[in-house]
Design a protein around this ligand. Sequence first.
Ligand code: G6P
Length: 371
Amino acid sequence: DAAVKGGFATFMEKEIHDQPAAVRDTLLGRMSPTGSLQLDELRIDESILRRVDKIVVVACGTAAYAGHVAKYAIEHWCRIPVEVELAHEFRYRDPVVSEKTLVVAITQSGETMDTLMAVRHAREQGAKVLAIVNTHGSTIARESDAVLYTHAGPEVAVASTKAFVAQITATYLLGLYLAQLRGNKYSDEVVTYLDELMKMPDKIAEVIAREDDIKDLAHRMKDVTSVLFLGRHVGFPVALEGALKLKELAYIHAEGFAAGELKHGPIALVEEGQPVFFIVPTPRRPLLHAKVMSNVREVNARGARVLCIAEEGDTAVEEFAADVIRIPETPTLLHPLVSVIPLQIFACALAAEKGLDVDQPRNLAKSVTVE
Ligand code: G6P
């Protein structure tokens, strides 16, 4: 048992530690020696990919948050509108899909029934379906027009961790590939971002190396009953994922919000001592950073317990945060690969503090094969 868990007490801990490899292996073999991207497995005609006028991502759970991250990156690099939709909502609302739509289905198992039904529905409407899948030969892999495999390796713990970072990585590859293929004023960024992507496994490892501080935080917070997560831009889906992890693993009521939405409602929840996590953007994007910092100040002024995930060297957060978890300097679009790690470790450690089964949380299934 200890051997399959790689010496860790649980699969979840092992899989959290597998994340640098999950990202590295997903990048592996997809770049040519000249630095361009080669996605030979994308068996959709290049002429069709050049004509795509809309991308719709369909997925469920954590995979849908990977899609949410993808929207920011793909729209920026490719100038193609990207919609992200929960597969079960897509399927039953008569979505507008045509031959020029590329539907991207993201799924770890490749067996999620809601996602499979969305794939079938999209193909019936004439759309091409590209699946980002972790499990070889799975139903969704077989039924899609093309598959871009994530190479996270088998994920055993019910709540997804390493599949998530691998999915995000795969969507970056897809976005950069389409930018390269279609060409536009952002195509120059392809080489730079590929280079930055190659650095991500080491950066993820750096965050994991600080897990003891995060476990200590979880220990100090083991009695909390409600936690809020706020993020802006790509930090928004990370906030949603942080909240989902805490619900799934530690059975704690948690909500993720877009930080800009704070004043439109969630701030009513903020009272003395309320823990609020902020995913703070890089200070190298001053406008974005300033907006989130203004939320940090507001929440702090109401006596909440502010917990910041912030880049090294971002000293602005120190005045307001009870705790700061540091992540390495990273380009904004790639931030989720490092900023989600502390939230996974936190949820896992808090569940362990409460004596819960982190690999097999109550009521959940690894793969939901019914609608
Ligand atoms: C279940 C799992 C989640 C997962 C979701 C989608 O709800 O508990 O961890 O994110 O299914 O699964 P998929 O295999 O399609 O990625």
